[in-house]
Write a protein that binds this ligand. Structure first.
Ligand code: GRF
Length: 204
């Protein structure tokens, strides 16, 4: 089954690019209908445009409160028949107008093993704490920051002597594999949220 995606970004968009590439090479049966950026200078907007994807900028200066932005985003996504919304480096919370329009259909990627190291500096915080294992989490979003049912996680052993930049590079490598994999699971209809808030992945 081919699914329609919307992607929310704020920055460089390397995760967006990884998904664009896996769609282009036929690994994922999906299309990206719209990329929304919370910043007009996000490099990811150029990546989307280069791939022929429609873009929309919802810069803070365009609206008076977050709920207004999320109402507009919900309506733009719905009018394009979007099945799932992917947050990919999106530095805003999603609010009720969007969550209610896409229940358990908004996905986020976080560069640490949730519930540890939530927030905007997950890689640096894990590094500073001195953890020996960290990783990447892909989860459904809810109205709390970096919470919601976990779909997939991948662990990474932190090597002795790594700088935080080296750790970051390894985390991004994992992200660029794991996020497309999860989109593939969504496209295959294999991701089910249980009543207790956990996620089951159906066998292939
Ligand atoms: C990624 O590390 C993601 O986990 C975090 O923000 C970063 C976005 O990178 N939420 P990019 O914009 O996809 O390059």
């Amino acid at each position: 089954m081919s699914i329609k995606l919307g992607v929310l970004i704020s920055g460089s968009g390397t995760n967006l690019q990884a998904i664009i590439d896996r769609i282009a090479d036929g690994t994922i049966d999906a299309s990206i209908e719209l990329v929304v950026s919370s910043r007009s200078d996000a490099y990811g907007l150029l990546r989307a445009q280069a791939a022929g994807i429609q873009t929309l900028t919802m810069d803070k200066s365009f609206y008076d409160e977050d709920f207004t932005a999320d109402r507009i985003i919900a309506s733009e996504m719905r009018s394009r028949g979007v099945d799932y919304i992917l947050m990919a480096g999106y530095m805003r919370m999603v609010h009720d107008p969007l969550l209610a329009a896409f229940p358990n259909r908004i996905v986020n990627i976080h560069p640490a093993l949730l519930p540890s190291f939530k927030g905007a500096h997950g890689i640096q915080d894990a590094y500073n704490y001195g953890v020996k294992v960290t990783g990447v989490t892909v989860h459904f979003a809810d109205n709390r920051y970096d919470c919601g049912p976990i779909i997939a996680q991948r662990a990474l052993a932190v090597q002795e002597g790594w700088t935080v930049d080296e750790l970051e590079a390894e985390i991004h490598k994992i992200e660029h594999v794991l996020y497309p994999e999860v989109v593939g699971l969504l496209a295959a209809g294999r991701v089910h949220v249980c009543d207790n808030g956990t996620v089951e992945i159906a066998p292939a």
